[in-house]
Design a protein around this ligand. Structure first.
Ligand SMILES: Nc1ncnc2c1ncn2[C@@H]1O[C@H](COP(=O)(O)OP(=O)(O)OP(=O)(O)O)[C@@H](O)[C@H]1O
Length: 306
């Protein structure tokens, strides 16, 4: 059996395994990431959603090569982020990944027009056919009218769309977006998220969006929840067409099972069933049941087991 088939997918996407980041300030340790596991396949658009302090920015800093993890593994498009030297890091940040930050002002140079901003990364990488590429990208992001405007003459949504054009100018394999809609109203946020989907569809870029805004998950096929420095639940969305051509949206929720079998139940499930301290488990032939402690032992014929 050839091993090549097994090796290619592992190179392509984002793979974090048991990722730990410990900060030490004034002798106190903060575990920002506590053994985080995350796999994003090449070509996926995934949102990582979590409350303030859950570890989102820490994760993004590590994946973008700005910070180094304390332990575990992190690979993006074949680059080992924990082992990477300075030269590889510069190449990685210039060619393999692109970034869009929350602060619109951080994404664009204020004294350059939209077209000039998009041309900067192309000039640094000495890409040929720059003018055509700039036009093509501004067109894809539907901001051709911003080509000759300075960022201050654009709306917040237009700035973010030009920022996406800048981020993907060099054809990165992966685009990281940190709260890209954080400074935008709802309607403009939707436009920006739709543009990310267009970039994914047209250019095949893998996209990882990090946000505290649960509404973002309506616009991506896969949302991963992050809690206390670990991924907890996942929601997958897809549209199915039945034999009569009618479409329906399917939403499925999954819990993440770690390597040692730990499972974190979503807080709403825990609250609704009043689960605490200890739960009763039942092993069926093809699934596991979880019952509140204190529930009498379920039997096969009492209607509570399928
Ligand atoms: N440089 C640092 N030094 C010490 N502690 C840090 C540092 N950076 C982050 N932390 C801590 O790590 C934890 C995770 O922080 P992080 O910024 O990754 O969360 P976040 O989910 O991005 O939050 P927010 O949405 O508020 O930006 C927090 O407890 C934070 O205080």
């Amino acid at each position: 059996m050839s091993t090549a088939v097994l090796e290619v997918p592992a190179q392509a996407g984002i793979h974090c395994r048991d990722l730990v980041r410990i900060f030490v300030t004034e002798g106190l340790e903060v575990q920002a990431l506590q053994g985080l596991n995350l796999t994003v396949d090449a070509g996926e658009v995934v949102a990582v959603v979590g409350a303030s302090g859950s570890g989102k920015s820490t994760l993004l800093s590590i994946l973008s090569g700005l910070d180094r993890a304390t332990g575990g593994t992190a690979r993006v498009a074949g680059h080992d982020l924990l082992a990477m030297g300075r030269k590889e890091r510069v190449r990685y940040q210039r060619h393999t990944v692109g970034f869009v930050w929350q602060q619109t002002a951080r994404n664009l140079l204020p004294y350059l027009t939209g077209a000039q901003n998009v041309a900067v990364p192309l000039a640094i990488s000495r890409a040929p056919g720059r003018d055509a590429r700039v036009r093509e990208l501004l067109d894809l992001l539907e901001v051709s009218h911003c080509a000759d405007r300075l960022p201050a003459q654009m709306s917040g949504g237009e700035q973010q769309r030009v920022a996406i054009a800048v981020a993907v100018a060099n054809g990165p394999r992966v685009l990281f977006a940190d709260e890209p809609t954080g400074e935008l109203d709802e309607a403009t946020s939707v436009q920006v998220l739709e543009m990310m989907r267009a970039v994914n569809a047209e250019l095949g870029t893998t996209i990882l969006i990090v946000t505290h805004d649960p509404a973002v998950s309506d616009h991506v096929a896969r949302t991963v929840q992050i809690r206390d420095g670990r991924t907890s639940t996942e929601v997958l969305r897809r549209t199915e067409t039945d034999a009569y051509g009618a479409q329906r949206h399917v939403v499925e929720e999954f819990a993440v099972l770690d390597r040692v079998g730990r499972l974190q139940l979503p807080p709403d499930v825990v609250a609704q069933l009043g689960l605490r301290d200890r739960v009763r488990l039942g092993l069926e032939t093809d699934h596991v049941t979880v019952w509140p402690d204190g529930t009498s032992r379920p039997t096969a014929d009492d209607g509570r087991t399928p």
